[in-house]
Design a protein around this ligand. Structure first.
Ligand SMILES: CC(C)(COP(=O)(O)OP(=O)(O)OC[C@H]1O[C@@H](n2cnc3c(N)ncnc32)[C@H](O)[C@@H]1OP(=O)(O)O)[C@@H](O)C(=O)NCCC(=O)NCCS
Length: 175
């Protein structure tokens, strides 16, 4: 029997935070750890909405901080599920910051988090597939397979020789 499908928009979550003194370092910039906490929360809610399950964070991909976010800035985090596999889901998070008094908006960073859905007994459970609806969602959906292989190799869960899609990008030997 084929699995249920859901659109990325059904897992879309937007979260807005104001950077307060307790969120900053001694330079009055938002702490990286605080931002990662917010990214974890917004993406976990997105994965919950897609799977209608309890979820746990399985992995976090590279996060680079391009520009400092300042005390008093408004931070908006947008998340949606790009692709689901069996029990796991890849969520993309886009972070934007705004200096509201100066009407200056800027992109902070983007990242991919992977969540796994659990049943009430704590066992992994299959989740609905994702059905992309536009070109951007289709590109994210296609790329998710390569990103999954890369993170499974990096976490020691997959042999490079098994990562067929990555071979088109990297020269991975068969050994
Ligand atoms: C994530 C977790 C549920 C996986 O459990 P497991 O027994 O290894 O389960 P499986 O091997 O069956 O893997 C389940 C899924 O997780 C995925 N997965 C596991 N580790 C992964 C990783 N590091 N990166 C990406 N996906 C991963 C597998 O690919 C698999 O995906 P699929 O079902 O879509 O094919 C388990 O490792 C766990 O509970 N980890 C702790 C989660 C947690 O506490 N997070 C907060 C950290 S502070």
């Amino acid at each position: 029997m084929s699995r249920k499908k859901k659109f990325p928009r059904e897992s879309f979550v937007s979260m807005t935070e104001l950077v307060l003194p307790n969120d900053t370092n001694t330079l009055n910039n938002l702490m990286g750890g605080r931002l990662m906490h917010w990214m974890d929360i917004v993406s976990a809610i997105s994965a919950q909405k897609h799977s209608n399950s309890t979820v746990v964070t399985a992995s976090v991909d590279n996060i680079s901080f391009k520009h400092p976010i300042r005390l008093g800035n408004v931070v908006t985090l947008k998340a949606k599920v790009t692709r689901a596999f069996n029990s796991s889901m890849e969520v993309r998070i886009d972070v934007e910051a705004e200096d509201v008094p100066n009407a200056h908006k800027f992109e902070s960073n983007a990242a991919y988090f992977t969540f796994v859905a659990l049943d009430p007994q704590g066992k992994t459970r299959d989740v609905p597939e994702v059905e992309p609806e536009n070109d951007e969602e289709r590109a994210l959906y296609d790329g998710a397979l390569r990103r999954r292989q890369l993170r499974l190799i990096l976490s020691g869960r997959m042999k490079p020789s098994e990562a067929k899609e990555l071979k088109s990008i990297f020269d991975i030997s068969e050994s």
